[in-house]
Ligand binder design. Structure first.
Ligand SMILES: CC(=O)N[C@H]1[C@@H](OP(=O)(O)OP(=O)(O)OC[C@H]2O[C@@H](n3ccc(=O)[nH]c3=O)[C@H](O)[C@@H]2O)O[C@H](CO)[C@@H](O)[C@@H]1O
Ligand SMILES: C=C(OP(=O)(O)O)C(=O)O
Length: 444
């Protein structure tokens, strides 16, 4: 960790001003992968400059896709006409970089008949197995060999449509099915699919390319395979996870932040919860203003869930705001088994958060009988004090920033570059909201 990776945060100043969120981290890289399926170039707009986008850009280029900036800021032009002559000798350099490489499987099997996928990265918030992905690919007719360096896949013949039931509505496995089924022979029926807004947007991308995809109301997605897909011209939906993070930062610091680009349609469960806690917001055509209206914040009971429930990636920033609410809040994390570990640092800052292995919520979840501390009771309000913090993962990292901004005194936050994976230009955004932050050696 270098000095560049450390941030001093002088807390106690409300965040005030305006920032902008661009395309979603959980959609943009997948739309970029979809371009691999096309026989014509694609144009993706509203692309944020974050590490996950850079990683996928590098991987696509290794696979022969030409990726260049368009005329508009945040525009990428992706030309997949040379995929067959790609040279992937350096692909190992991308091992551990993000979770997106697993989504290259279907498109590469369609284009080349084989694929090598290096080890995956992503946040360490649970085991994060890929068993659903591998089972799905086998059902389409691929062979999969797991080796220490990665996955080797072959499609001995054209992949065939199939009937799949996911044991859990996994976002990634649903995307795996979509990106594979669109060009498989015949029809695919996927039941118990994930229906997150980013999945709907990926379906819009694929439909623009020529895919035939229908969504039923009961988590069933039906795909009719086609022989050829063209390119797309698409503006990525905005990042609802980043928008909610700034909303929580406004609430925890008694601030007032207008988030350009935030969309009500994709944030309804978050907005309901934000209002129950006592936060105020106002929606207009261009974005959403979030603020602390004064008075006491209220404790709540909350369960994370798959869409249309409360998104797990909203949980960590909200927990920091809940340390400022009066009474006992209960948070039951049902999507990842280990997403509450970040709270021990909040306790060192003065919060009172107790973790439990039991399901403290209305819905018993997959982790209840399995020894994971996946429920939290947060007792507030707490006066947070500055501390030494090491960023554990993406959302946990942003949550530490929020806590440091809300705290009295100075915090030293290490591993700050991890936040670049999903938050575009966050240092300038913090500065524009009046946050008192400095990188050691470069005060002010
Ligand atoms: C890049 C991206 O889009 N990341 C998002 C995506 O992650 P990702 O697609 O990895 O998350 P999943 O929806 O697949 O995971 C949800 C749950 O399913 C389990 N599971 C998943 C796949 C599998 O093969 N086997 C299995 O057991 C996971 O361990 C987890 O408990 O959706 C998550 C849930 O909304 C978000 O938190 C992440 O931000
Ligand atoms: C868990 C997250 O991302 P990833 O799946 O990329 O690790 C996240 O965005 O909070």
């Amino acid at each position: 960790m270098t000095d560049d990776d450390v941030l001093l945060v002088h807390g106690g100043t409300p965040l005030e001003g305006e920032i902008k969120v661009r395309g979603a981290k959980n959609l943009v890289p997948k739309a970029m992968v979809a371009a691999l399926l096309g026989s014509e170039p694609s144009r993706l707009r509203n692309v944020p400059d974050i590490r996950d986008v850079r990683v996928v850009r590098g991987l696509l280029q290794l696979h022969g896709v030409t990726v260049r900036a368009g005329d508009e800021p945040g525009e990428l032009l992706l030309d997949p006409s040379h995929v067959e002559s790609a040279n992937v000798a350096d692909i190992d350099a991308h091992a551990g970089s993000s979770r997106i490489p697993i989504l290259f499987c279907g498109p590469l099997l369609h284009r080349l008949g084989h694929a090598f996928i290096p080890g995956l990265g992503g946040c360490h918030i649970g085991d994060r197995p890929i068993d659903f992905h591998l089972e799905v690919l086998r059902q389409f007719g691929a062979t999969v060999e797991k080796r220490p360096e990665g996955l080797y896949l072959q499609a001995p013949q054209r992949l065939r449509g199939t009937k799949i039931h996911l044991p859990y509505p996994s976002v990634g496995a649903t995307e795996q099915v979509l990106l594979t089924a669109v060009m498989a022979e015949g029809s695919t029926e996927l039941s118990n699919a994930a229906v997150e807004p980013e999945i709907e947007d990926l379906i819009c991308v694929l439909q623009k390319m020529g895919a035939i995809i229908a969504m039923d109301t009961d988590r069933t997605i039906r795909i009719t395979g086609v022989d050829r897909l063209g390119g797309y011209n698409h503006r990525a939906l905005a990042d609802r996870l980043e928008a909610a993070s700034w909303a929580c930062a406004a609430l925890a610091t008694h601030g007032n932040v207008y988030v350009h680009g935030a969309q009500q349609r994709t944030m309804v469960p978050f907005l309901n919860t934000f209002r129950k806690v006592g936060g105020a917001f106002e929606i207009d055509e261009d974005g959403i203003r979030f603020w602390h209206p004064g008075g006491q914040l209220k404790a709540i009971a909350l369960e994370t869930d798959v869409a249309p429930g409360f998104q797990t990636d909203w949980q960590q920033p909200l927990v920091v705001a809940l340390t400022q609410a009066t009474g006992l809040s209960i948070v039951h994390e049902t999507v990842y088994e280990s997403r509450l570990g970040f709270t021990s640092a909040l306790n060192q800052m003065g919060a009172t958060i107790q973790l439990y292995r039991e399901c403290l919520g209305g819905t018993p979840c997959r982790f209840g009988q399995r020894n994971f501390q996946h429920s939290a009771v947060i007792s507030g309000p707490s006066r947070l004090q500055g501390a030494e913090l090491i960023i554990p993962d993406l959302r946990g990292g942003f949550s530490y920033l929020i806590a440091a901004l809300a705290a009295e005194g100075t915090s030293t936050v290490r591993g700050i570059s991890l936040i670049n994976r999903g938050y575009e230009d966050f240092m300038n955004k913090l500065a524009s909201l009046g946050a008192k932050v400095e990188t050691p050696g470069f005060p002010g």
